[in-house]
Design a protein around this ligand. Structure first.
Ligand SMILES: *[C@@H]1O[C@H](CO)[C@@H](O)[C@H](O)[C@H]1NC(C)=O
Ligand SMILES: *[C@@H]1O[C@H](CO)[C@@H](O)[C@H](O)[C@H]1NC(C)=O
Ligand SMILES: *[C@@H]1O[C@H](CO)[C@@H](O)[C@H](O)[C@H]1NC(C)=O
Ligand SMILES: *[C@@H]1O[C@H](CO)[C@@H](O)[C@H](O)[C@H]1NC(C)=O
Ligand SMILES: *[C@@H]1O[C@H](CO)[C@@H](O)[C@H](O)[C@H]1NC(C)=O
Length: 473
């Protein structure tokens, strides 16, 4: 009964999210603005001069040590906008996902089931982290950031610690009214507009983190497609920068950040231990597929991949973890063993383009196989190398569903040295996509640090741009 209801709801979600995405991407005005933003980004990119070569120079003081790029002020919001939204439930239920989301600063409880699989010294670094917990993780970490200031006058970035995903998540799967879905968002906008720092910029120096995908905050007007809140549709939000696990590729204010995985190392030594572990792990299968088929969605590539993998598992070529059977969102040892034991992992899109599993895969040192460009390449520019082929394999979804390409044949065509080189690239990326469990991690830039640095730098270059413009007049 429950399963039936759940699958019907999921089908509806898939359809609605598809419509929001296609509406946003097919709008001609938006395409035009995407193009101009693209040009602007090229200009910004070209205007950065390369850093001077480090040879022969005395070791420089890291420029960000003095917070040369600016400082962050964190608003103290009424608890209704963050702490009150966190449930008290201690467990992590994939359906009622808000449970346990805030334990350990958003990292969740220790993943005891992984003991014996991961190196012993790293067992405490593995958690059952909820994939939607980034708004809590960022809030916790920003409070301890070296460039946080308690004096708003000296700030260049205003951080709004609103748990927008938790606020709407409470209503997504129930028969709630649009007023209920928008309640916290509307109140938050009223609150922030009343602050003295808002009118100075109308939000353009403000930032927040969305723990859910951007589409959950862009409700369509069609009453039949009443998914999510209208948070990002309102005029007041148009200049506010949002860090989110899935961005709308056309929207300059959306910045893609990695989904939180379960791995939260504390020191560079932890990272190195893990990198060596995944580099030397005996990978006995060519590929793996972790996921569930969606029987009720027509043309479901996941179903096809699941069948292909099952078929290939007879010869040991593929390892399958069927999430309809295994509780995949719960730090499962079966998933970890499959990802560690395989050279490649298949990453089709789900309800939306992105998946947490892409990050689980790479953290385990497996090479991701993508079927849609928007699953990774157009999402996480601050984190990934520019050449997708250096760390991943792309097989167009159309070629798979029409039977034009065999996954095994494509993956078999990579020879040992090529696979090794790609894996090395994946291993190099790991420190950047994990959220570390330390505030002074020996200069190691994790996903959080990269995001904060990026926002500080972006706002700084925008200020310089404004200054140049007014000087030119
Ligand atoms: C997740 O794992 C915990 C601890 O191992 C267990 O108590 C809980 O029942 C599991 N939840 C689900 C939904 O499987
Ligand atoms: C902010 O918006 C208000 C109302 O639209 C406008 O009057 C004001 O000039 C804007 N301020 C800035 C700094 O853009
Ligand atoms: C890797 O595993 C295979 C299959 O279990 C085994 O035959 C092989 O000896 C192992 N290789 C190493 C280096 O442990
Ligand atoms: C399963 O494997 C058999 C034998 O290798 C092959 O003939 C068949 O086409 C495969 N089916 C799928 C769905 O991949
Ligand atoms: C998708 O990415 C692949 C790999 O980088 C590239 O070859 C292909 O042209 C891209 N497709 C589209 C439609 O952008």
């Amino acid at each position: 009964m429950f399963t039936f209801k759940k699958s019907k709801t999921l089908q509806l979600i898939t359809t609605i999210i598809h419509s929001i995405q296609s509406q946003i991407t097919s709008h001609p005005l938006i395409s035009l603005s995407v193009f101009s933003l693209f040009l602007i980004e090229i200009l910004i990119f070209c205007s950065h001069s390369p850093p001077p070569p480090p040879v022969l120079l005395p070791p420089p003081t890291p420029s960000d040590h003095k917070c040369d790029d600016g400082k962050v002020y964190v608003y103290e919001l009424p608890p209704m906008f963050n702490s009150d939204l966190v449930g008290t439930c201690e467990d992590l239920d994939p359906w009622h996902w808000q449970c346990g989301v805030a334990t350990n600063g958003g990292y969740g409880m220790t993943a005891t089931k992984l003991a014996g699989i991961v190196p012993e010294s790293l067992a405490p670094a593995w958690h059952r982290t909820n994939q939607f917990s980034s708004e809590i993780i960022f809030h916790n970490r920003i409070m301890k950031h070296k460039c946080r200031t308690t004096e708003p006058e000296s700030a260049t970035v205003f951080y709004i610690p609103f748990y927008a995903g938790l606020a709407v998540g409470k209503y997504l799967f129930s028969d709630s009214t649009t007023e209920e879905r928008d309640f916290h968002a509307v109140k938050l906008i009223e609150w922030v507009q009343a602050q003295p720092y808002w009118p100075k910029s109308n939000g353009s120096d403000h930032v927040l983190v969305l723990g859910r995908i951007t589409w959950d905050f862009r409700r369509l007007t069609d009453p039949e497609k009443r998914w999510g809140s209208k948070f990002l549709n309102v005029p007041e939000m148009q200049k506010v920068t949002r860090l989110t696990i899935e961005r709308a590729p056309g929207d300059y204010q959306d910045i893609g950040i990695p989904y939180p995985t379960g791995f939260h190392p504390s020191t560079p030594a932890d990272i190195q231990t893990w990198q060596n572990f995944v580099r030397t792990y005996n990978r006995t299968s060519l590929f793996t597929f972790v996921g569930a088929a969606r029987e009720d969605v027509g043309d479901d590539i996941r179903g096809l991949l699941l069948r292909t993998c099952r078929n290939e598992s007879l010869s040991g070529t593929c390892r399958v973890v069927d999430c309809a059977v295994t509780p995949c969102a719960n730090g499962s040892s079966e998933i970890m063993e499959s990802l560690l034991g395989s050279e490649f992992c298949l990453q089709p899109r789900g309800d939306s383009f992105t998946r947490r599993s892409v990050f689980d895969c790479m953290v385990a040192g497996a090479i991701p196989v993508l079927f849609w460009n928007r699953t990774m390449y157009d999402q996480y520019e601050w984190y990934l190398p520019e050449e997708p082929e250096s760390y991943s394999v792309f097989i167009d979804h159309g070629d798979v569903s029409q039977g034009k390409k065999s996954i095994k044949a494509v993956l078999d065509s990579y020879i040992g040295e090529e696979v090794k080189k790609m894996r090395e690239k994946v291993i190099e990326i790991i420190p950047k996509i994990v959220y570390s469990d330390s505030d002074s991690n020996g200069g190691m830039k994790d996903a959080f640090e990269i995001a904060v640095d990026g926002v500080l730098k972006r706002f700084k270059s925008e200020r310089e741009e404004v200054r140049r413009e007014s000087a030119g007049k």
